[in-house]
Design a protein around this ligand. Structure first.
Ligand SMILES: [Zn+2]
Length: 204
């Protein structure tokens, strides 16, 4: 059994989507003064690797604290779609896609995380792909900033309206490309539309 880390680190100044608030981690109590340390943390709900729920776009949609913990893990297949700017059905093994519970898309874009180019342009999912979603699909994940192209949210809406969660800013997918793994993207039980996760995969 091998465990693969798939999360970006969240730290003071973590790169975030343009316009989103920067992460701040300030000392509150300190070991020198009070004998212990605590922090005051300001973080965007979309900082680093994160999961999104239907409440991101739908007022009646569920938030993270309203979903059971088993919504955030399951059997995944990692589709190697490097080199494709727009991921279409023809880039995938349809039989594998159609039985997926969790579909992860390895675009290779995470290598640019930390550079301005990361948030300028990225590979995204096509409308055609989300018209024909697998019946058991519960999570879609990507190692890019969004499942949509820049300045669009149609793919998000198509997934989230069906209750399919979205995980973005994954990293490390090269180690599990074209493999079946158990995937975990566990957020806090917080009353919000999204939050950072510790994402990882277990390869049997
Ligand atoms: Zn998103």
């Amino acid at each position: 059994m091998r465990i693969h880390e798939l999360s970006h680190r969240v730290y003071e100044g973590t790169p975030v989507f343009p316009g989103d608030s920067l992460t701040r981690i300030e000392g509150a109590c300190s070991i020198g003064r009070e004998g212990f340390s605590t922090s005051r943390i300001t973080v965007s709900s979309h900082a680093g690797t994160h999961v999104e729920t239907p409440f991101h776009f739908f007022p009646e949609g569920k938030r993270l604290d309203e979903l059971p913990v088993d919504a955030f893990f399951g059997n995944a297949y990692v589709f190697d779609v490097r080199g494709e700017n727009q991921v279409k059905l023809k880039h995938l093994d349809f039989a594998l896609f159609n039985k997926a519970e969790i579909a992860l898309f390895f675009t290779g874009h995470s290598r640019l995380f930390g550079e301005a180019a990361y948030f300028e342009d990225w590979p995204f999912l096509s409308e055609e792909l989300v018209e024909l979603l697998p019946p058991k699909l519960k999570i879609v994940g990507t190692d890019a900033p969004s499942v949509d192209k820049k300045n669009s949210c149609e793919i998000h809406k198509k997934l989230l309206e069906k209750g399919i969660l979205v995980v973005e800013n994954l990293t490390g997918l090269e180690r599990i490309a074209e493999k079946n793994v158990k995937f975990y993207a566990i957020p806090l039980k917080i009353s919000a539309e999204a939050f950072s996760v510790r994402a990882f995969a277990i390869e049997e």
